[in-house]
Write a protein that binds this ligand. Structure first.
Ligand code: MGD
Ligand code: SF4
Length: 745
């Protein structure tokens, strides 16, 4: 109640990519409550259990409060900030000098603030001259990024959440929206309840809670849905439901190398008959036909997808094929017609994708390989020409593979700084990478002890979001500002301060001059720097000063290139996308948008503003069931927990509701193995095993097991089992498919 708090401070939820607006209630300088912000355009005041209880994380007795250095006896000793930072910088300098600029890596997070990630990225790429910069968005969104860029020429969605209120058909694929993005699911549900004519199609291996509102379920074996997407396209074209004019004017048909005519595409699709695809996927032919009809004829259609598509060795192709369906039906660029990728983390978009904090990117999601963009960033950052390495660094899995002991000549990366992420638990095939982290010089910034801090040489205690404030950018290109509500506990510090202090000690104070104690001043300087560098990109926030962002009740959607611009609800459409008339953008990126073009995608010049319809062959997952490992395993989230549950497991209400992981088994399989509800079951792959209680359920098809990803217990950590094979286009690992065997224990 308002009477129970001294003040309400505006902010955003720090968990999923929905980006719910919150008010943080403070009493006696302590956060005592969180409520939804009714003016936020993401959630209109509603919150799920995680957002509502997030403040309880802040006062858990396990909070890290002091810097610590591991001693020769293996134990940690509390030290001063000066001692810790001097030690870290001396070690980084030593490795740099002895093993070269790429021997020290940064591994960040889609949960760090935009200002923090921008600062670390700048420090590494312009200061250390190294592209060894990665982050956990590689594990969740990299396939979606590559899908958007290869299809339309630019990352992130075209429309907005508000398309939900206009769509008449939802194609939800590889997303358990009800648990992973509960407030978005609420909007979809309300849309369906307010208009019974709205159709919901769900395509995925499990009949999740999301499927409870579905009119049609397309069950598929993990990793096989590429065939279903092609089959839907085939049905649409066969029945003449495609939009020939849109295809002719706005698309190009390609396999990534050559360009083909429409007939070639039709012939290519011939192999994907409903009956053939049923055999590959176990999805009933009739369901696919119905889905094709609704997708094309019951629109506007909004597709929503998440990790089920992305975390695959063919994640980029799966993304491309969903975009294909929108392009062949012209369901794009108007309210409700939208291919929308849901983002897993609260700031994977704003913090990592937009600031370009991956090994192959620079701010504005532009490639390091682009000489013009490198020259632009070097000029803006005031560093000599040639400072930025044109060669991408290593992607996440390769980075952790290449990490190791100083005397190990096979491991070129000797040290790593890990910020706001827990890779010792979240990387697939974790045994392999835990060893490497243990051997290397590891610095970890976190708010709690985790599986990763256990391996660290130095632990630096971080401030929680409401103890520092800053910017998060959510799935719909919207960035929102959180105000600082209270001070951090003990000597914990904002991550941006830690980054700037390391820069100062490395002699890079000129590059990162925001090393002051006040995080709000530091954040404002970092934001001004970032928005200046990216002002001419299609991601422009040049019109959004830090003061403006602070005062906006619901944040702003990019592009927003001018101070009087309200932000962009829909891109690539004349009259809605301000970049169509933005001289700097058009000149810098060589775009000529003819005056008669109403829709124009940001592809390179030879595409003439056309989006790509891709001919992608069918390929199954990297590992499929066989005689020895007869089950598919798929993994994901439950509504209560967040990722490695370092935070949510410390919220009493949540840990009571969902104290440990489990394995979902179909009744037919359970019967075969003599397993009943609650029996302990060993689930083993070629990489490792876990032991979990069984939940017998018809949610999945027989032969498919599901295990949540959250449990930290050493016997139940599912990433000992998961596969670290990566997509060759996005380098995202295949968490969603592994072959396993089971045994009652
Ligand atoms: P989190 O638990 O989100 O997991 O995996 P991680 O990023 O490794 O870790 C965030 C950490 O940040 C926590 O330890 C928390 O205590 C800390 N923290 C919170 N606030 C702050 C702060 O302000 N500063 C600092 N320095 N630290 C802070 C997520 C990863 O997991 C992702 S993104 C995906 S999509 C993958 N999904 C997935 C899956 O679907 N299945 C399986 N099996 N594994 C998966 N792993 C991946
Ligand atoms: Fe937070 Fe996501 Fe829940 Fe909203 S839906 S309150 S952003 S966890």
């Amino acid at each position: 109640k308002d009477a129970d708090v001294d003040r309400w401070v505006k902010g955003t939820c720090r968990f999923c990519g929905t980006g719910c607006g919150v008010y943080v209630g403070v009493k006696n300088d302590k956060v005592v409550a969180i409520k939804g912000n009714p003016e936020a355009k993401t959630n209109f005041g509603f919150l799920c259990v995680k957002g509502f209880l997030a403040y309880k994380v802040m006062y858990h007795p396990d909070r890290l409060k002091y810097p610590m250095i591991r001693q020769s006896d293996g134990k940690f000793k509390r030290v001063s900030w000066d001692e810790a930072l001097n030690y870290v910088t001396e070690k980084f300098k030593y490795f740099h000098q002895k093993y070269g600029k790429d021997s020290v890596a940064y591994y960040g997070s889609g949960q760090a603030l935009t200002e923090e990630t921008y600062t670390f990225n700048k420090l590494w790429k312009a200061g250390f001259r190294s592209n060894m910069v990665e982050g956990n968005p590689r594990l969740c969104m990299a396939s979606a990024v590559a899908g958007y860029i290869t299809t339309y020429g630019s990352d992130e969605p075209i429309g907005s959440y508000s398309d939900i209120e206009h769509a008449k058909c939802f194609f939800i694929v590889g997303s358990n929206t009800s648990e992973a993005h509960p407030i978005i699911f609420r909007r979809i549900m309300r849309r369906k309840m307010s208009n019974p004519d709205v159709k919901v199609i769900v395509c995925e291996p499990r009949k999740t809670n999301t499927s409870k509102i579905a009119d049609l379920w397309l069950p598929v074996d993990p990793g096989t849905d590429l065939a279903v997407f092609h089959c839907i396209a085939r049905e649409i074209i066969k029945n003449g439901w495609h939009d020939k004019q849109f295809i002719d004017e706005h698309t190009r048909i390609t396999d990534g190398e050559k360009v083909y005519d429409f007939n070639h595409y039709v012939q290519f699709l011939e192999q994907f008959t409903p009956e053939a695809v049923e055999k590959i996927t176990r999805c009933p032919a009739e369901n696919i036909k119905k889905a094709a009809e609704w997708f094309a004829k019951h629109g506007p259609t909004m597709s929503l997808w998440c990790m089920g598509l992305n975390q695959r060795t063919r994640g980029v192709w799966a993304n491309n094929l969903v975009h294909n369906l929108h392009l062949i039906t012209g369901q794009i660029g108007y309210p409700g017609a939208e291919p929308f990728s849901l983002t897993g983390q609260p700031n994977a978009c704003g913090g990592v994708r937009e600031t370009g904090a991956l090994c192959h990117l620079l701010p504005g999601t532009k490639p390091v390989a682009d000489p013009k963009w490198r020259a632009h960033c070097e000029k803006e950052w005031g560093v000599p020409e040639g400072t930025i390495d044109p060669k991408p660094g290593f992607h996440t899995v390769k980075m952790f593979e290449s990490l190791g002991a100083e005397n190990d000549t096979t491991k070129p990366i000797k040290a790593m700084l890990v910020c706001t992420t827990n890779p010792a638990q979240s990387l697939p095939n974790a045994h392999k990478y835990i060893k490497n982290m243990k051997d290397a010089f590891l610095v970890v910034l976190d708010i709690f002890p985790t599986r990763t801090t256990q391996l660290a040489d130095v632990i630096l205690p971080a401030a929680f979001i409401y103890e520092k404030g800053g910017v998060f950018g959510c799935s719909e290109r919207r960035s929102q500002h959180t105000d600082k509500a209270v001070n951090p506990p003990g000597e914990a510090k904002p991550d941006i301060w830690i980054a700037a202090q390391i820069a100062k000690r490395m002699g890079l104070e000129k590059l990162i001059p925001w090393n002051m104690d006040d995080p709000q001043k530091a954040n404002a300087l970092a934001w001004a720097d970032y928005t200046r560098v990216t002002k001419d990109t299609d991601h422009s926030f040049a019109g959004v000063s830090y003061d403006r962002l602070k005062n906006e009740k619901a944040g702003v959607q990019w592009p927003c290139p001018y101070p009087d611009h309200p932000g962009t609800v829909r891109r690539y459409v004349r009259g809605l996308d301000p970049m169509f008339e933005h001289k700097g953008f058009l000149e810098k990126f060589g775009k000529v948008i003819p005056a008669d073009k109403k829709i124009y995608f940001y592809m390179d010049a030879k595409n003439e503003g056309r989006a790509n319809i891709f001919l992608r062959p069918y390929k199954p997952a990297a590992e499929n069931p066989d005689q020895e490992y007869p089950f598919f395993l798929t993994t994901g989230r439950v509504i209560e927990h967040w990722h490695t549950s370092t935070m949510t497991m410390r919220i009493p209400e949540i840990s009571r509701a969902q104290p440990y992981s489990f394995v979902e088994i179909h009744p037919e399989d359970a019967k075969k193995y003599g397993i009943t509800n609650g029996d302990m079951v060993e689930v083993a792959s070629r990489r490792g095993k876990v032991v979990l209680p069984a939940v017998i359920t018809q949610k999945s098809l027989p032969g498919i097991l599901f295990i949540p990803m959250h449990d930290q217990h050493i016997d139940r950590m599912i990433n000992f089992v998961c596969n670290d094979a990566v997509d060759p286009g996005s380098f995202e690992p295949e968490y969603k498919v592994a072959a396993v065997k089971i045994r009652k224990v």
